[in-house]
Design a protein around this ligand. Structure first.
Ligand SMILES: Nc1ncnc2c1ncn2[C@@H]1O[C@H](COP(=O)(O)OP(=O)(O)O)[C@@H](O)[C@H]1O
Ligand SMILES: CC(=O)N[C@@H](CCC(=O)OP(=O)(O)O)C(=O)O
Length: 317
Protein backbone atom coordinates (compact mmCIF):
# COMPACT_ATOMS: atom_id res chain seq x y z
CA UNK A 1 0.00 0.00 0.00
CA UNK A 2 1.28 3.47 -0.82
CA UNK A 3 1.42 6.02 1.94
CA UNK A 4 0.07 9.49 1.06
CA UNK A 5 1.78 11.66 3.65
CA UNK A 6 5.48 10.67 3.94
CA UNK A 7 6.33 8.41 1.04
CA UNK A 8 9.74 6.74 0.99
CA UNK A 9 11.26 6.99 -2.49
CA UNK A 10 13.00 3.86 -3.72
CA UNK A 11 15.81 4.59 -6.19
CA UNK A 12 13.89 2.92 -9.04
CA UNK A 13 11.24 5.63 -8.58
CA UNK A 14 8.90 3.22 -6.77
CA UNK A 15 7.15 4.68 -3.72
CA UNK A 16 6.89 2.45 -0.65
CA UNK A 17 5.83 2.80 2.99
CA UNK A 18 8.38 3.80 5.59
CA UNK A 19 9.34 0.79 7.70
CA UNK A 20 7.41 0.58 10.96
CA UNK A 21 9.06 1.91 14.13
CA UNK A 22 9.59 -1.70 15.21
CA UNK A 23 11.34 -2.57 11.96
CA UNK A 24 13.43 0.63 12.04
CA UNK A 25 14.59 -0.23 15.57
CA UNK A 26 15.50 -3.76 14.45
CA UNK A 27 17.49 -2.44 11.49
CA UNK A 28 19.36 -0.02 13.78
CA UNK A 29 20.04 -2.73 16.35
CA UNK A 30 21.42 -4.96 13.62
CA UNK A 31 23.68 -2.20 12.31
CA UNK A 32 25.23 -1.12 15.62
CA UNK A 33 27.66 -4.06 16.12
CA UNK A 34 28.85 -3.59 12.53
CA UNK A 35 29.35 0.15 13.10
CA UNK A 36 31.51 -0.63 16.13
CA UNK A 37 33.44 -3.30 14.21
CA UNK A 38 34.30 -0.94 11.36
CA UNK A 39 35.03 2.17 13.45
CA UNK A 40 38.10 3.93 11.99
CA UNK A 41 38.77 0.94 9.73
CA UNK A 42 39.71 1.16 6.06
CA UNK A 43 37.20 -0.17 3.57
CA UNK A 44 38.22 -0.23 -0.10
CA UNK A 45 35.28 -0.09 -2.50
CA UNK A 46 35.69 -0.67 -6.22
CA UNK A 47 32.95 0.96 -8.28
CA UNK A 48 32.69 -0.72 -11.69
CA UNK A 49 32.06 1.03 -14.97
CA UNK A 50 28.78 -0.82 -15.56
CA UNK A 51 27.24 0.36 -12.25
CA UNK A 52 28.07 3.98 -13.12
CA UNK A 53 25.77 3.97 -16.13
CA UNK A 54 22.66 4.40 -13.96
CA UNK A 55 22.26 7.82 -12.33
CA UNK A 56 20.10 6.62 -9.43
CA UNK A 57 22.50 3.79 -8.63
CA UNK A 58 25.43 6.20 -8.78
CA UNK A 59 23.68 8.57 -6.38
CA UNK A 60 22.85 5.72 -4.00
CA UNK A 61 26.50 4.63 -4.15
CA UNK A 62 27.70 8.19 -3.43
CA UNK A 63 25.26 8.42 -0.49
CA UNK A 64 26.57 5.15 0.95
CA UNK A 65 30.17 6.37 0.76
CA UNK A 66 29.21 9.59 2.57
CA UNK A 67 27.34 7.58 5.27
CA UNK A 68 30.44 5.43 5.81
CA UNK A 69 32.64 8.49 6.26
CA UNK A 70 30.11 10.11 8.60
CA UNK A 71 30.00 7.00 10.73
CA UNK A 72 33.76 7.00 11.35
CA UNK A 73 34.85 4.52 8.67
CA UNK A 74 37.55 5.35 6.10
CA UNK A 75 36.12 4.54 2.68
CA UNK A 76 38.54 4.50 -0.24
CA UNK A 77 36.97 4.46 -3.68
CA UNK A 78 38.74 2.94 -6.69
CA UNK A 79 36.73 3.21 -9.87
CA UNK A 80 36.63 1.48 -13.24
CA UNK A 81 35.19 2.78 -16.47
CA UNK A 82 35.59 -0.01 -19.02
CA UNK A 83 32.31 0.71 -20.89
CA UNK A 84 33.04 4.46 -20.94
CA UNK A 85 36.54 3.84 -22.37
CA UNK A 86 34.97 1.54 -24.97
CA UNK A 87 32.49 4.17 -26.13
CA UNK A 88 35.19 6.86 -26.40
CA UNK A 89 37.44 4.50 -28.37
CA UNK A 90 34.50 3.74 -30.66
CA UNK A 91 33.89 7.45 -31.27
CA UNK A 92 37.55 7.83 -32.14
CA UNK A 93 37.38 4.70 -34.34
CA UNK A 94 40.12 2.94 -32.34
CA UNK A 95 39.70 -0.84 -32.21
CA UNK A 96 39.99 -2.57 -28.86
CA UNK A 97 40.56 -6.21 -27.86
CA UNK A 98 40.76 -8.05 -24.54
CA UNK A 99 43.06 -10.86 -23.38
CA UNK A 100 41.91 -12.65 -20.20
CA UNK A 101 39.77 -9.65 -19.23
CA UNK A 102 42.53 -7.07 -19.85
CA UNK A 103 42.32 -4.42 -22.55
CA UNK A 104 45.11 -4.54 -25.13
CA UNK A 105 46.38 -0.97 -24.80
CA UNK A 106 48.53 0.66 -27.50
CA UNK A 107 49.86 4.24 -27.27
CA UNK A 108 46.73 6.05 -28.57
CA UNK A 109 44.55 3.80 -26.38
CA UNK A 110 46.47 4.53 -23.17
CA UNK A 111 45.98 8.25 -23.81
CA UNK A 112 42.22 7.75 -24.14
CA UNK A 113 42.19 5.50 -21.03
CA UNK A 114 43.89 8.14 -18.90
CA UNK A 115 41.69 10.93 -20.27
CA UNK A 116 38.47 9.00 -19.58
CA UNK A 117 39.44 7.47 -16.20
CA UNK A 118 41.52 10.18 -14.52
CA UNK A 119 39.65 13.03 -16.22
CA UNK A 120 35.97 12.54 -16.90
CA UNK A 121 34.92 9.61 -14.70
CA UNK A 122 37.04 10.48 -11.69
CA UNK A 123 35.55 13.96 -11.55
CA UNK A 124 32.01 12.66 -12.07
CA UNK A 125 32.35 10.39 -9.02
CA UNK A 126 33.97 13.17 -6.98
CA UNK A 127 31.04 15.46 -7.85
CA UNK A 128 28.45 12.76 -7.10
CA UNK A 129 29.94 12.23 -3.61
CA UNK A 130 30.22 15.97 -2.98
CA UNK A 131 26.59 16.51 -4.03
CA UNK A 132 25.63 14.06 -1.27
CA UNK A 133 27.47 16.16 1.33
CA UNK A 134 30.89 14.48 1.22
CA UNK A 135 34.29 15.98 0.46
CA UNK A 136 35.87 13.77 -2.16
CA UNK A 137 39.31 14.30 -3.67
CA UNK A 138 40.17 12.73 -7.04
CA UNK A 139 43.63 11.30 -7.70
CA UNK A 140 45.15 8.61 -9.90
CA UNK A 141 47.81 5.99 -9.21
CA UNK A 142 50.37 8.50 -10.51
CA UNK A 143 49.85 10.93 -7.63
CA UNK A 144 52.65 10.74 -5.06
CA UNK A 145 53.76 7.49 -6.79
CA UNK A 146 50.74 5.70 -5.34
CA UNK A 147 50.88 2.84 -7.86
CA UNK A 148 54.21 1.98 -9.47
CA UNK A 149 53.51 -0.74 -12.00
CA UNK A 150 55.37 -2.94 -14.42
CA UNK A 151 54.29 -3.70 -17.96
CA UNK A 152 52.69 -7.13 -18.23
CA UNK A 153 54.90 -9.30 -20.41
CA UNK A 154 53.62 -12.74 -19.44
CA UNK A 155 50.31 -14.18 -18.26
CA UNK A 156 49.09 -17.50 -16.91
CA UNK A 157 46.99 -19.41 -19.42
CA UNK A 158 43.60 -19.79 -17.60
CA UNK A 159 43.24 -23.47 -18.52
CA UNK A 160 46.78 -24.87 -18.14
CA UNK A 161 48.00 -22.23 -15.65
CA UNK A 162 51.30 -22.18 -17.61
CA UNK A 163 52.93 -18.77 -18.06
CA UNK A 164 52.91 -17.49 -21.64
CA UNK A 165 54.72 -14.46 -23.07
CA UNK A 166 52.26 -11.73 -24.16
CA UNK A 167 52.41 -8.23 -25.60
CA UNK A 168 49.29 -6.34 -24.57
CA UNK A 169 50.89 -2.89 -24.69
CA UNK A 170 50.73 -0.34 -21.90
CA UNK A 171 49.01 -2.53 -19.33
CA UNK A 172 50.44 -2.64 -15.85
CA UNK A 173 50.61 -4.99 -12.89
CA UNK A 174 51.16 -3.41 -9.46
CA UNK A 175 54.83 -3.49 -8.46
CA UNK A 176 55.02 -1.09 -5.54
CA UNK A 177 52.09 0.52 -3.72
CA UNK A 178 52.81 3.71 -1.76
CA UNK A 179 49.57 4.46 0.10
CA UNK A 180 50.88 7.55 1.93
CA UNK A 181 48.76 9.99 -0.10
CA UNK A 182 45.63 7.88 0.50
CA UNK A 183 46.32 7.73 4.24
CA UNK A 184 46.85 11.50 4.43
CA UNK A 185 43.57 12.16 2.62
CA UNK A 186 41.65 9.54 4.61
CA UNK A 187 42.85 10.77 8.00
CA UNK A 188 41.03 14.07 7.41
CA UNK A 189 37.39 14.59 6.52
CA UNK A 190 38.21 13.90 2.85
CA UNK A 191 37.37 10.81 0.79
CA UNK A 192 39.93 9.58 -1.78
CA UNK A 193 38.57 8.61 -5.20
CA UNK A 194 41.22 6.86 -7.29
CA UNK A 195 41.52 6.30 -11.05
CA UNK A 196 43.34 3.03 -11.89
CA UNK A 197 46.19 4.48 -13.91
CA UNK A 198 49.75 3.74 -12.81
CA UNK A 199 53.26 4.74 -13.68
CA UNK A 200 56.25 2.55 -14.56
CA UNK A 201 59.71 3.09 -13.10
CA UNK A 202 60.61 4.62 -16.51
CA UNK A 203 57.74 7.08 -16.30
CA UNK A 204 55.40 5.32 -18.75
CA UNK A 205 51.66 5.63 -18.14
CA UNK A 206 50.12 2.18 -17.62
CA UNK A 207 46.49 1.08 -17.80
CA UNK A 208 45.66 -1.09 -14.77
CA UNK A 209 42.50 -3.13 -14.43
CA UNK A 210 40.46 -1.44 -11.69
CA UNK A 211 39.87 -4.69 -9.75
CA UNK A 212 43.61 -5.43 -9.79
CA UNK A 213 44.34 -1.89 -8.62
CA UNK A 214 41.78 -1.97 -5.80
CA UNK A 215 43.00 -5.41 -4.67
CA UNK A 216 46.67 -4.36 -4.55
CA UNK A 217 45.75 -1.27 -2.54
CA UNK A 218 43.53 -3.21 -0.12
CA UNK A 219 46.27 -5.81 0.43
CA UNK A 220 48.98 -3.17 0.97
CA UNK A 221 46.81 -1.16 3.37
CA UNK A 222 45.56 -4.28 5.18
CA UNK A 223 42.03 -2.99 4.71
CA UNK A 224 39.27 -4.38 6.90
CA UNK A 225 37.11 -5.09 3.84
CA UNK A 226 37.34 -5.05 0.05
CA UNK A 227 34.08 -4.72 -1.86
CA UNK A 228 34.14 -5.18 -5.63
CA UNK A 229 30.86 -3.92 -7.14
CA UNK A 230 29.89 -5.44 -10.45
CA UNK A 231 26.98 -5.95 -12.84
CA UNK A 232 26.06 -9.50 -11.83
CA UNK A 233 24.81 -11.02 -8.56
CA UNK A 234 28.34 -12.28 -7.77
CA UNK A 235 30.23 -15.30 -9.03
CA UNK A 236 27.81 -17.57 -10.89
CA UNK A 237 28.22 -21.31 -11.45
CA UNK A 238 27.56 -23.13 -14.75
CA UNK A 239 23.81 -23.11 -14.00
CA UNK A 240 23.99 -19.31 -13.48
CA UNK A 241 23.33 -19.78 -9.78
CA UNK A 242 25.05 -17.48 -7.28
CA UNK A 243 28.00 -19.00 -5.43
CA UNK A 244 27.74 -17.35 -1.98
CA UNK A 245 31.21 -18.45 -0.80
CA UNK A 246 34.26 -19.40 -2.78
CA UNK A 247 37.58 -20.77 -1.47
CA UNK A 248 40.84 -20.05 -3.25
CA UNK A 249 40.94 -23.66 -4.51
CA UNK A 250 37.35 -23.44 -5.83
CA UNK A 251 38.22 -20.19 -7.59
CA UNK A 252 41.27 -21.71 -9.32
CA UNK A 253 39.16 -24.71 -10.39
CA UNK A 254 36.41 -22.46 -11.83
CA UNK A 255 38.96 -20.43 -13.83
CA UNK A 256 40.54 -23.64 -15.11
CA UNK A 257 37.20 -25.12 -16.18
CA UNK A 258 36.16 -21.88 -17.91
CA UNK A 259 33.23 -21.29 -15.50
CA UNK A 260 34.91 -17.99 -14.60
CA UNK A 261 36.03 -15.98 -17.63
CA UNK A 262 36.51 -12.48 -19.05
CA UNK A 263 36.26 -9.56 -16.61
CA UNK A 264 35.62 -11.97 -13.70
CA UNK A 265 39.20 -13.32 -13.98
CA UNK A 266 41.04 -10.16 -12.78
CA UNK A 267 38.39 -9.75 -10.07
CA UNK A 268 38.93 -13.25 -8.70
CA UNK A 269 42.71 -13.09 -9.07
CA UNK A 270 42.63 -9.79 -7.14
CA UNK A 271 40.44 -11.32 -4.42
CA UNK A 272 42.81 -14.28 -4.05
CA UNK A 273 45.77 -11.94 -3.63
CA UNK A 274 43.94 -9.92 -0.96
CA UNK A 275 42.76 -13.00 0.95
CA UNK A 276 46.30 -14.41 0.83
CA UNK A 277 47.53 -11.09 2.27
CA UNK A 278 45.35 -11.80 5.32
CA UNK A 279 42.30 -9.61 4.59
CA UNK A 280 39.17 -11.56 5.51
CA UNK A 281 36.20 -9.66 4.19
CA UNK A 282 36.69 -9.81 0.43
CA UNK A 283 33.43 -9.82 -1.53
CA UNK A 284 32.15 -9.43 -5.07
CA UNK A 285 28.75 -7.77 -4.79
CA UNK A 286 25.85 -6.85 -7.03
CA UNK A 287 26.31 -3.18 -7.86
CA UNK A 288 22.82 -3.15 -9.43
CA UNK A 289 21.25 -3.36 -5.96
CA UNK A 290 20.70 0.18 -4.61
CA UNK A 291 22.73 0.80 -1.41
CA UNK A 292 24.54 -2.55 -1.80
CA UNK A 293 27.53 -1.11 0.11
CA UNK A 294 25.46 -0.34 3.22
CA UNK A 295 23.61 -3.67 2.96
CA UNK A 296 26.86 -5.59 2.72
CA UNK A 297 28.58 -3.82 5.60
CA UNK A 298 25.74 -3.22 8.04
CA UNK A 299 23.33 -6.13 7.70
CA UNK A 300 23.59 -9.87 8.20
CA UNK A 301 22.62 -10.49 4.61
CA UNK A 302 25.56 -10.48 2.24
CA UNK A 303 24.57 -9.64 -1.31
CA UNK A 304 27.23 -11.45 -3.32
CA UNK A 305 30.18 -13.88 -3.21
CA UNK A 306 32.60 -13.99 -0.28
CA UNK A 307 36.07 -15.19 -1.23
CA UNK A 308 37.81 -16.99 1.62
CA UNK A 309 41.08 -18.80 2.16
CA UNK A 310 39.59 -22.22 2.93
CA UNK A 311 36.38 -24.03 3.78
CA UNK A 312 34.67 -22.82 6.99
CA UNK A 313 34.95 -25.40 9.80
CA UNK A 314 31.60 -27.18 10.09
CA UNK A 315 29.85 -26.14 13.31
CA UNK A 316 28.53 -28.88 15.59
CA UNK A 317 24.92 -29.88 15.18
N1 LIG B 1 31.39 -17.19 -13.34
C1 LIG B 1 31.04 -15.92 -13.57
N2 LIG B 1 30.16 -15.31 -12.75
C2 LIG B 1 29.76 -14.04 -12.97
N3 LIG B 1 30.21 -13.27 -14.01
C3 LIG B 1 31.10 -13.82 -14.86
C4 LIG B 1 31.56 -15.16 -14.68
N4 LIG B 1 32.44 -15.42 -15.68
C5 LIG B 1 32.51 -14.33 -16.44
N5 LIG B 1 31.73 -13.34 -15.97
C6 LIG B 1 31.57 -12.01 -16.58
O1 LIG B 1 32.26 -11.04 -15.78
C7 LIG B 1 31.52 -9.81 -15.90
C8 LIG B 1 31.96 -8.85 -14.80
O2 LIG B 1 33.24 -8.32 -15.11
P1 LIG B 1 33.39 -6.89 -15.84
O3 LIG B 1 32.64 -6.90 -17.14
O4 LIG B 1 34.83 -6.57 -15.90
O5 LIG B 1 32.58 -5.94 -14.85
P2 LIG B 1 32.90 -4.60 -14.06
O6 LIG B 1 32.80 -3.48 -15.04
O7 LIG B 1 31.84 -4.56 -13.02
O8 LIG B 1 34.30 -4.74 -13.48
C9 LIG B 1 30.09 -10.27 -15.84
O9 LIG B 1 29.19 -9.33 -16.40
C10 LIG B 1 30.12 -11.55 -16.66
O10 LIG B 1 29.86 -11.29 -18.01
C1 LIG C 1 43.91 -3.22 -18.37
C2 LIG C 1 42.44 -2.95 -18.34
O1 LIG C 1 41.66 -3.78 -18.81
N1 LIG C 1 42.04 -1.80 -17.81
C3 LIG C 1 40.67 -1.39 -17.73
C4 LIG C 1 40.56 -0.22 -16.78
C5 LIG C 1 39.13 0.15 -16.44
C6 LIG C 1 38.38 -0.94 -15.70
O2 LIG C 1 38.93 -1.89 -15.15
O3 LIG C 1 37.03 -0.72 -15.68
P1 LIG C 1 35.86 -1.72 -15.18
O4 LIG C 1 36.12 -2.00 -13.76
O5 LIG C 1 34.64 -0.92 -15.41
O6 LIG C 1 35.91 -2.97 -16.03
C7 LIG C 1 40.14 -1.01 -19.14
O7 LIG C 1 40.89 -0.50 -19.96
O8 LIG C 1 38.93 -1.22 -19.37
Amino acid sequence: MTSTNKPHEKSAGVVEDRPSAHLQARILAEAIPHLIRYDEQTVVVKFGGHAMGDEQLSNAFAQDIVYLKQSGINPIVVHGGGPQIASMLKKLEIKSDFVNGLRVTDKPTVEVVEMVLAGKINKEIVSAINRQGGKAVGISGKDANLMIAKKITEMADPQSNLMKAVDIGFVGDPLEVNPHIVEVISKSDLIPVIAPVGISRDGETLNINADTFASALAARMQAKRLLLLTDVAGVLDNDKKLVPELTIDDAHAMIKSGAISGGMIPKIEGCIEVVEAGVEGVVIIDGRVPHCVLLELFTEHGVGTLVRRAERKKSKG
